[in-house]
Design a protein around this ligand. Structure first.
Ligand code: ACO
Length: 422
């Protein structure tokens, strides 16, 4: 028997029966009975904003799958570029497809010389790397004006390749500019992540040798960050894209949302929090402050996960492998103690607050030599294929422009007073 919901308008006695499909009722059916009555849901916690075939997430069970594949298997046995292909093209590439995909990306990695000279050089020396990245992605729109042709699938395909390819180049350049270091051009003979690490950390003329453990850890962190269905930044991408904005400004808007400390900016905020706590012995008093509402435990909690974030578990395991190469991060003990205290405390248990993906990732990034300002930039590189997959999917769905309603709470109709009467 089909599952349905019946809604009755008690003002008129009229009823309507609407189907329940995949746990969702179409708002259009409700509004057929109730024109002018809006759902009040400012944070969209009870609203489905998309039909999507990209990522499946069950927050209660702690499950995450990209196009049906469990995140644990993808993290274990696929590279970031394979996962990017899965997200934006629908399937994991076979051998020949992967070869073509890698060379398409490698060829598109360089950025225009004017980009370095005129755009990156224009920022203040102490500009935050995320501010530089967000503005730079938007500026890329002016270098590829044809990208506005968003209805052409071939054009979209080209822009998707460009954005995935150029993101590490822009990210590494933003870092080197802030350090006053010369830019390192992308090397098409290197794999995606080795190339990024080389553009970041190469000094002088001698070749930069990438440690395979650190490369694999970085690549896997990109995989873990690649998509997460309708989070704040991805929904931003779909909303901005629904206005038929070009993909550069769309991705720039998504990256701006990610920059916030409640979202992707949490990895930076966690590191600052751990540094501020400073000592193992300060954990208990810090946690008392959290419970008293004085501050949040950054890297904990999630709108959807009410169980351990499966990505956090993988990141935590990876941290130990990285620390075998780099030496232990002294802040790790504080993080472990915070987690232990939180998971045993009724405040966190009752609210189902667990570590999220950002809790341990910053410790790894710091040990690999990234400054805290780069942490959310790293998240941006990883999330770019996800944003683009959603943007492309949304445009193939004949979506309407995003335009919610509001509940007006301001003054009633009134006359404009003369200036001396205000
Ligand atoms: N520390 C302490 N208390 C918390 C935390 C936290 N990190 N997160 C939620 N709570 C509390 C809230 O204060 C609230 O308590 P109350 O019921 O007594 O008022 C309760 O738990 C429910 O939390 P909400 O605010 O309703 O959770 P929401 O879904 O709106 O917010 C969010 C989710 C933004 C992630 C929140 O948990 C948070 O701010 N966490 C810290 C920042 C963070 O780590 N963000 C990264 C998320 S993952 C990502 O975006 C990549």
């Amino acid at each position: 028997m089909a599952e349905t919901i019946t809604i009755t308008d008690n003002r008129t006695g009229e009823s309507i029966e609407v189907p329940l499909v995949d746990g969702t009722v179409a708002a259009k059916a409700w509004s057929g009975l109730l024109p002018g009555v809006w759902f009040d849901d400012p944070s969209f916690s009870a609203t489905s904003g998309a039909d999507s075939a990209i990522t499946y997430l069950d927050g209660g069970a702690g499950l995450l799958r990209y196009r049906g594949y469990p995140i644990e298997q993808l993290a274990q046995s696929t590279s970031f570029l394979e996962v990017a292909h899965l997200l934006v093209r629908g399937e994991l590439p076979d051998g020949p497809q992967l070869k073509t995909w890698k060379s398409e990306i490698a060829e598109a990695a360089p950025i225009h010389e004017n980009f370095h000279k005129r755009i990156l050089e224009g920022f203040r020396d102490d500009a935050h790397a995320m501010g530089v990245l967000v503005s730079s992605i938007a500026a890329m729109s002016t270098f590829w004006p044809d990208s506005k042709n968003i209805e052409d699938p071939d054009q979209r395909r080209d822009e998707i390749v460009r954005l995935i390819a150029k993101m590490p180049t822009v990210a590494a350049s933003a870092y080197r500019r802030s350090e006053g270091l010369p830019y390192v051009l992308p090397d098409p003979d290197l794999d995606y992540t080795s190339n990024f690490l080389t553009m970041m950390f190469k000094t002088g003329d001698s070749p930069y040798v990438v440690d395979p453990v650190l490369r694999d850890a970085m690549d896997m962190l990109f995989v873990l960050h690649a998509d997460h269905e309708q989070n704040c930044s991805t929904t931003t991408a779909r909303v901005v894209g629904s206005a038929h904005a070009d993909p550069y400004v769309t991705v720039s808007a998504a990256a701006s949302a990610l920059y916030g400390p409640r979202h992707g900016g949490a990895n930076e905020a966690v590191l600052r929090m751990l540094t501020e706590i400073g000592e193992y012995g300060n954990v208990d008093s810090f946690m008392e402050g959290v419970k008293a509402g004085e501050q949040k435990l950054m890297g904990f909690g999630h709108r959807v996960y009410k169980n351990y974030d499966p990505r956090a578990r993988i990141v935590k395991d990876t941290a130990h492998r990285v620390f075998d190469v780099t030496g232990t991060n002294p802040l790790l003990d504080i993080a472990l103690k915070l987690e232990e205290v939180a998971l045993a405390d009724p405040y966190f248990i009752d609210r189902k607050l667990y570590p999220n993906v950002d809790f341990y990732s910053g410790l790894i990034y710091q040990s690999m030599g990234f400054p805290v300002e780069m942490f959310t930039v790293l998240f941006t590189i990883g999330r770019t294929p996800g944003w683009l997959a959603h943007w492309d999917e949304m445009l193939t769905q004949n979506s309407r422009i995003a335009r919610p309603r509001q509940r007006y709470t301001g003054p009633a109709d009134r006359d404009v007073p003369a200036i001396d009467e205000r």
